[in-house]
Design a protein around this ligand. Structure first.
Ligand SMILES: Cc1cc2nc3c(=O)[nH]c(=O)nc-3n(C[C@H](O)[C@H](O)[C@H](O)COP(=O)(O)OP(=O)(O)OC[C@H]3O[C@@H](n4cnc5c(N)ncnc54)[C@H](O)[C@@H]3O)c2cc1C
Length: 402
């Protein structure tokens, strides 16, 4: 019963990344998600899920399998100096050329502009992005976008965990020849690359049809309860009144904006949300060893290295992102976006002092010393050697709002 192995090695160890990949990988459709967690579907007359290991072989929870995916993608493994950013060809500063995309975005709209370019130059039929649940608009859910112009509605970061990849199976069943691209967090990218490496029917389908992955950097994600309590306790809005939530609205770095069904908008400063979300993390996210998986075609992060401080100081730094080009496909999409005037790029050093990366390294260093089950890192045997500091010292409370 391999699902019992997934339960034993991943779910029971609190290592589930809630990515949804196990649902896609299961050849018998026996896995479903109950809110954030996978489980076996209840089906009369069956007591075991068979003998395959596809769910465990796809799961990035304990083993993101970075080295194997790197060998397939780049023909080599990353070196020690590439530990945190992975293998890439080029890094440039960028932002969307269209003012509307720039304004609507989290950090300049590189992701939205690059997705639009990818749809055209790679002939994608659909891209998957972060949308909202129709019945509960404060809950994140995967959205399938079929035209480049519709992408802008789904811009900005969604700081909420949801099983993003699950929709792929339904979509590819409904549209068997779809060419698909998507935005993905590091754990989701790892899962897709693992699945693409499997010699199984779903491995083959994902290899053929998921042709573009645009990864966004991730310090850590937050449980839905983080958003729910931010709405009810900080913004003081009952959930049933919520029409929409945006996480990076307004001047860079933006703030959390909740719109009610009556049309009122209440905002919460970004820095205050970051502090609030700290109480709603899970073990998998806190102990994760990947700020970027390094396995995408392109990766994007904020250009300003400390948007928490900018938010506290109301400093409004220049709004842009950093784009890392990893694969030939990624290079083609970036070139197309530049050539068509969709994306502006300029040289800019890729700094490793991004606050999200510093927090992630610090937490990883702490968890590596604990000797409890944590996700494997991208370089076998590699350990952080510094002495971790309390996370509080990286995100101080003092600011103009205190
Ligand atoms: C949980 C989380 C943690 C992050 N941590 C860091 C960090 O530590 N440091 C850093 O520099 N940047 C971090 N980012 C990335 C940053 O917030 C921006 O998303 C990124 O710079 C892209 O900005 P943009 O203006 O180019 O994207 P936009 O043009 O605004 O588009 C963003 C796109 O990403 C999609 N998307 C948003 N959230 C998700 C999600 N959760 N899952 C899948 N798709 C999604 C949207 O639907 C949209 O298509 C994080 C993002 C997330 C979601």
């Amino acid at each position: 019963m391999p699902f019992s192995d997934l339960a034993k090695y991943v779910l029971d160890q609190e290592l589930c990344a809630h990515c949804g990949a196990c649902l896609v990988a299961c050849p018998e459709d026996l896995i479903d998600f109950h809110d954030l967690f996978p489980g076996l579907v209840e089906r009369a007359g069956f007591s075991s899920c068979g003998a395959c290991r596809d769910c465990l072989d796809t799961c990035p929870g304990l083993d993101p399998a970075t080295a194997g995916s790197e060998a397939r993608l780049f023909g080599r493994h990353r070196r020690q100096q590439e530990r945190w950013l992975g293998i890439y060809r080029q890094a440039v500063a960028a932002c969307a050329a269209a003012p509307a995309v720039f304004e609507a975005s989290a950090s300049g709209g590189s992701v939205t502009a690059l997705l639009a370019a990818a749809m055209k130059c790679l002939h994608l039929d659909c891209v998957l992005v972060a949308g909202r649940d129709g019945a509960r608009p404060w809950r994140a859910a995967t959205a399938a976008v079929f035209t480049p112009d519709a992408l802008i509605r789904f811009s900005q970061s969604t700081y909420q965990i949801f099983p993003h990849l699950g929709l792929i199976k339904t979509l590819l069943r409904q549209h068997p020849y779809l060419r698909l691209g998507l935005t993905a967090l590091p754990c989701q990218t790892q899962a897709l690359r693992k699945l693409q490496g499997l010699e199984t029917p779903w491995g083959e389908i994902i290899r053929q049809q998921v042709v573009f992955i645009l990864e966004i950097a991730c310090s850590s994600n937050t449980l839905p309860l983080g958003t729910e309590t931010l709405i009810t306790d900080l913004a003081r809005i009952p959930l049933k009144e919520v029409q929409d939530i945006r996480y990076r609205q307004g001047p860079y770095p933006g703030q959390i904006a909740i719109t009610t069904k009556q049309g009122e908008t209440v905002t919460v400063p970004f820095w205050q949300a970051v502090r609030h979300f700290k109480d709603f993390k899970n073990h998998r996210c806190l102990s994760c060893g990947d700020w970027m998986s390094g396995l995408s075609d392109l990766s994007v992060c904020d250009g300003e290295p400390n948007i928490f401080k900018s938010s506290q100081d109301a400093a409004f730094p220049p709004k842009f992102g950093m784009v890392l080009v990893r694969t030939k496909t990624g290079a083609r999409v970036l070139d197309w976006a530049k050539w068509t005037g969709t994306l502006k790029t300029w040289p800019h050093p890729l700094r490793e002092d991004n606050l999200g990366l510093r927090r992630k390294r610090n937490r990883r260093g702490y968890y590596e010393k604990l000797g409890i089950p944590i996700p494997l890192g991208p370089i076998p045997g590699y350990r952080e050697i510094f002495e971790p500091v309390p996370d509080e010292s990286l995100i101080p409370k003092i600011g103009i709002y205190d």
